[in-house]
Design a protein around this ligand. Structure first.
Ligand SMILES: [Zn+2]
Length: 427
C-alpha cells in the first residue's frame, strides 16, 4: 500500500515536524518513507493531498466497557462515584454486556484516530474477543483488588491467569499488563502477588495512582507509607504505568524518576470528578515520561484523544502563569511516542519510521467548510492539537490494515453495534 502526497508528521531529534513524504507499507510494516515513491502495478494507493498523515494516537488509560456510563452520575466525587454508583452496576454486568459495550468504544476509537489503547477492566476475555474482531491494537488485563475480601480477590487472580494463559501467541496486536486497581483498594498481599505475576510473565504494571486527595491518607493508613514509596517497594525493576498522578509532590517525583515509570495523564476525567489538575509541565521538566489517557466514558465523557490533547494543552495555563508551559508539540508527543514508551512498545509504534508497524491515521485538513476553524492553516501542529476533532480523521490504519477509509468502517457493523449496546441500559 502507498500513501502519497501527504503532509507527514515526523519526530526529528526532539522536534516535531511536518514534511511532504510518501509512505510505502508492506504487510504490517512501514517499508519506505521518501519524498517520492512511484506506485507499483496493482498497488493500493491512498491520496493524502491536503491531509495530515500521522502516527495513530495511543490512549494509555481507559476502561472501554464503560461506554454505557457515558453522561451519567454527574457531580460525584471519586469515592461516591465508584462505591455508590459504578461498582454496584458493574457487579450485574454479563460477559455479553461487556462485549457489546466494548464494541461501541472500539468504534469510537477507530473513528477518532486511536490505534492502541491500554485497558483496565474485567470479563477481559470478552474485551479481547471484541478487539480480535475489530483488529485494533490493545493492551488488556483483568483488574486485581481485594478491598472487598479475599474470596473475590482469588477469583480475580484466577481470571487474570486464565486470560493470560489462554492468549493467542500468534496475535501480536494484543499484549497484557498486570493491574492492581489502586493502592487504596489493594493490600500488601495483592501488590506482592501482582509483582510476582508481572515478573513471571514479564509484563508491565498498570494501576490508578494519586488521583484524588483522600487517597493520600487512605494509602498511608493501609500501607504505612507514601504512595510512591509503596510503588517503589513492590514494583522497582518493573515497567510501571501510573494512571492520573494528580497529587504527585516533589518527593514523589524524586522517587518515581528513578523507576521505569510513566504517568498517564487523564485531564478530562480529573476535571469531571473534581480532582483538580495534574502539574504535567513540572513532571515533564523533571524528566518523567507523561502520556495521555481518556479514562472510561463515565468520567472522561468520550474516547476522542483529540479532545483530550486540546484540554491537556489548555489546562496547564490554569496552573502556570508563565511562558514555560507545555506547547502543542509536547502534547502531540504525549499522545503518540510517549504513549508507546509508557507501554514498552516504542520500538514498534508511536511514530512513522521505517521498520515500525504501520499504525497510521490520516487527518483531513482540506480547505472546505467542515475545516473552516483550521483556516487559514498557518500552523498544522497547533491546529492538530487545538482545532481538530476525532471526526476529522478520515482513514485509520492499524498493523498495516485499513480499518476505516473515508470514514467508512470496514470490519464492524456500526448500526448493529450501537443497537446491541443500547440494549444493556443498566443505569
Ligand atoms: Zn481509571
Amino acid at each position: 500500500m502507498l500513501i502519497k502526497n501527504g503532509n507527514v508528521l515526523t519526530f526529528e531529534n526532539d522536534d516535531v515536524a511536518i514534511k511532504k513524504l510518501d509512505i510505502r507499507i508492506n504487510q504490517n510494516i512501514i517499508e519506505n518513507i521518501s519524498e517520492s515513491i512511484e506506485a507499483e502495478d496493482n498497488e493500493k494507493v491512498i491520496d493524502a493531498k491536503n491531509k495530515i498523515v500521522m502516527p495513530g494516537l495511543i490512549n494509555t488509560h481507559a476502561h472501554i466497557a464503560m461506554s454505557i456510563f457515558r453522561g451519567t452520575f454527574e457531580g460525584c466525587d471519586l469515592y461516591t462515584w465508584l462505591n455508590e454508583k459504578i461498582w454496584p452496576i458493574e457487579a450485574n454486568l454479563t460477559p455479553d454486556d461487556i462485549y457489546n459495550a466494548s464494541m461501541v468504544s472500539i468504534l469510537e476509537m477507530i473513528s477518532t484516530g486511536t490505534t492502541c489503547v491500554n485497558d483496565h477492566y474485567f470479563f477481559s476475555n470478552k474485551i479481547r474477543e471484541a478487539f480480535e474482531k475489530s483488529k485494533m491494537r490493545a493492551v488488556i488485563t483483568r483488574v486485581l483488588m481485594d478491598s472487598d475480601g479475599k474470596e473475590a480477590s482469588n477469583i480475580r487472580i484466577k481470571e487474570f491467569i486464565e486470560l493470560y494463559e489462554s492468549r493467542n501467541k500468534n496475535n501480536n496486536l494484543i499484549t497484557y499488563t498486570v493491574s492492581p486497581h489502586g493502592l487504596y483498594t489493594c493490600s500488601s498481599e495483592i501488590l506482592q502477588i501482582s509483582k510476582e505475576l508481572a515478573i513471571k510473565y514479564n509484563l508491565p504494571i498498570h494501576t490508578h495512582f494519586l488521583e484524588s486527595i483522600s487517597e493520600i491518607e487512605n494509602i498511608k493508613k493501609l500501607h504505612g507509607d507514601s504512595a510512591s514509596n509503596v510503588i517503589k517497594k513492590y514494583f522497582d525493576g518493573l515497567k510501571i504505568i501510573l494512571a492520573h498522578g494528580v497529587k504527585i509532590n516533589d518527593e514523589d517525583i524524586r522517587i518515581l524518576k528513578n523507576l521505569d515509570c510513566s504517568i498517564s495523564h487523564n485531564p478530562i476525567s480529573n476535571l469531571r470528578l473534581g480532582c483538580k489538575i495534574a502539574d504535567i509541565t513540572k513532571y515533564l521538566n523533571e524528566g518523567l515520561n507523561v502520556s495521555l489517557g481518556t479514562d472510561g466514558q463515565g468520567s472522561g465523557n468520550n474516547l476522542d484523544m483529540f479532545e483530550t490533547m486540546k484540554i491537556a494543552g489548555l489546562i496547564q495555563g490554569g496552573i502556570h502563569e508563565n511562558e514555560n508551559r507545555i506547547g502543542s508539540k509536547d502534547v502531540i508527543k504525549m499522545a503518540t511516542i510517549n504513549g508507546a514508551k509508557a507501554l514498552g512498545l516504542e520500538k514498534e509504534i508511536g511514530s512513522i519510521e521505517k521498520g515500525k508497524k504501520a499504525d497510521i491515521i490520516i487527518v483531513n485538513m482540506e480547505e472546505k467548510l467542515d475545516n473552516i476553524k483550521m483556516m487559514p492553516n498557518l500552523n498544522v501542529i497547533s491546529n492538530l492539537v487545538y482545532n481538530t476533532e476525532g471526526r476529522c480523521v478520515d482513514t485509520t490504519i492499524i498493523n498495516g490494515e485499513i480499518l476505516m477509509e473515508d470514514r467508512k468502517i470496514k470490519n464492524i457493523n456500526v448500526e448493529e453495534a450501537i443497537k446491541n449496546c443500547k440494549r444493556i441500559i443498566k443505569c
